[in-house]
Design a protein around this ligand. Structure first.
Ligand code: ADP
Length: 203
């Protein structure tokens, strides 16, 4: 089974590409979604977070209050480290489980949709890396239109991510999403053709 890493800076169009790949039948392992799943009610990671940061991180219904957790965890390096030491192994285990399920299902390729793929060096564990790329100005416009993100906030979030040139350099294929959606779709169609003909890198 080929592991295809899919990444892109915030507002690049990565989720749009992931949707098209999912519609074409590829299983998509969505890193952001897994990060939410491991802290759902009843999950061991949520119980450990409560142990570490207190009941105050829970909403009245027992679900995680993200803002309350962020306030406590990100106020110190120690808190951040504690948060990461609880969540990262849980996310990794669930990611491995989803890859294993895809392998068992006998699929040709699985898509790993991960915003920080290159930032965290996870691109090295992939057979192919696809980066969706667009200029900062285009991304800022889209974030404003789609999610109401203001420009300063968008620039701050982009500054916290790896720069576009470094991300693109890690790619086997760069999808240029500076144009319209009518130009994006055909590039993804080409990618789908390529996925079938590519050979995994020797490990
Ligand atoms: P990401 O997952 O990289 O943050 P999204 O795929 O959610 O980005 O795209 C951000 C917004 O921009 C969405 O509303 C999406 O529909 C829109 N969008 C993506 N690509 C294009 C494009 N080529 N033209 C116009 N809008 C686009």
């Amino acid at each position: 089974m080929k592991k295809i890493g899919l990444t892109g800076g915030i507002g690049s169009g990565k989720s749009t590409v992931a949707k098209q790949l999912a519609a074409a039948g590829f299983p998509v392992v969505d890193a952001d979604q897994l990060a939410r799943e491991i802290v759902e009610q009843g999950q061991p990671a949520l119980a450990r977070l409560v142990e570490a940061f207190g009941d105050e991180i829970l909403a009245a219904d027992g679900s995680l209050n993200r803002a309350a957790l962020a306030e406590r965890a990100f106020s110190s390096q120690e808190g951040t480290d504690t948060l990461n030491s609880i969540t990262h192994p849980a996310i990794r285990a669930l990611t491995d489980q989803r890859f294993a399920e895809a392998e068992e299902a006998g699929v040709e390729a699985v898509i790993y949709d991960m915003p920080l793929l290159v930032d965290l060096g996870l691109d090295k564990g992939m057979d192919f890396v696809v980066v969706v790329s667009a200029s900062e100005d285009v991304r800022i416009q889209r974030l404003a239109a789609s999610r109401g993100v203001d420009e300063a906030d968008a620039r701050r979030r982009m500054a916290a991510q790896i720069d576009e040139a470094t991300r693109n350099a890690a790619a086997d294929v760069v999808i240029d999403n500076n144009g319209g959606l009518d130009e994006l779709g055909p590039q993804v169609d080409l990618l789908i053709e390529k996925i079938s003909s590519w050979e995994p890198r020797p490990s």
